[in-house]
Design a protein around this ligand. Structure first.
Ligand code: C5P
Length: 285
């Protein structure tokens, strides 16, 4: 196979709990991660050797600082350096937004190269490569909806009874994931998610149960630095969201709605207030 086109979906965190700090400096998580229909397009083409990244976005690097570049380098290392790849990334996911945009491109490259080079790597081997690139990459390889523990690599898949109708607002600035986690250090966590309740709600298709248990312990840190995130949540609730929450370390806020019509309506109402506003559904890969 000479060429392959793959969709690389974004993720949101329906819950995010931090259980403590690990000896490796990372934080021990318990988080429900959920892929959504917003996706980058990743085009792979074989090259005899070397890795080349091209993108339509001026906001992402095209060298070894790009997670997709590093994913390809790790992949070729594992298979013994037989070959190379051109990687074209059509960016649709906002950059630095808490939506795993870089991680999902990296995951698409690992899965895509495995197919293109007919390597038959097992999923576990791809997950291992992904974990070396970034905390969210294993989930992006796994896909769907999972309860993730550890750094995010210990995953229990959740079966979704029905898709969620969502609105996402990206307010147009980035936050440093590292700094947000550091900012948690001197805080008492007052509100934690109910991961079991949310998991059950998703599997039974009970939206109220899902929304009741949703929380993100990183919100207080990011909202202290960027109070507009609280405003977005409030506006989203005011236009009919059952629940609104920040995704990951932020700054993107998503709202959960009872129907796609309600989500579209809210999107129309708030569209002009923020840099990027869009509707999404749960990813059906
Ligand atoms: O793994 P990734 O590069 O996505 O993480 C970015 C930064 O976020 C890490 O360098 C670390 O400071 C912080 N982080 C953490 N605990 C996690 C995930 C990320 O402390 N579970």
């Amino acid at each position: 196979m000479q060429e392959l086109v793959i969709l690389a979906p974004a993720k949101i965190n329906l819950t995010l709990d931090v259980k403590g700090k690990r000896p490796d400096g990372y934080h021990e998580l318990e988080t429900i991660m959920h892929q959504i229909s917003l996706a980058d397009v990743v085009r792979l083409r074989r090259r005899p050797k070397g890795i080349k990244v091209v993108t339509d976005s001026s906001l992402i690097p095209v060298d070894e600082n790009n997670l997709a570049w590093r994913a390809a380098a790790e992949f070729f290392d594992v298979i013994g350096n037989r070959g190379g790849a051109s990687i074209y990334i059509e960016k649709r996911i906002p950059v630095g937004a808490g939506l795993a945009g870089g991680s999902t491109d990296a995951a698409a490259v690992i899965k895509g190269l495995n197919t293109m080079y007919e390597c038959n790597l097992e999923k576990n081997e791809m997950l291992e490569i992904g974990a070396r690139i970034g905390s969210d990459v294993p989930f992006c390889i796994q896909g769907g909806t999972v309860l993730a523990r550890g750094r995010g690599e210990q995953m229990t898949p959740l079966h979704l009874a029905r898709p969620l109708s969502l609105v996402l607002v990206y307010p147009g600035f980035s936050v440093s994931t590292r700094e947000v986690y550091q900012g948690l250090a001197d805080r008492e966590i007052l509100v934690r998610p109910d991961n079991r309740g949310v998991g059950e709600g998703l599997e039974r298709g009970q939206l109220e149960l899902v929304c009741r248990g949703m929380a993100n312990v990183l919100e207080t840190v990011t909202i202290d630095w960027h109070p507009e995130i609280a405003d977005i949540k409030q506006r989203m609730m005011g236009t009919g969201a059952v629940k609104a929450l920040m995704s990951g370390s932020g700054p993107t806020v998503f709202g959960v709605f009872r129907s796609q019509e309600a989500a579209v309506q809210t999107c129309d109402i708030i569209r002009n207030h923020y840099q990027e506003v869009f509707t999404a559904l749960s990813w059906r890969g």
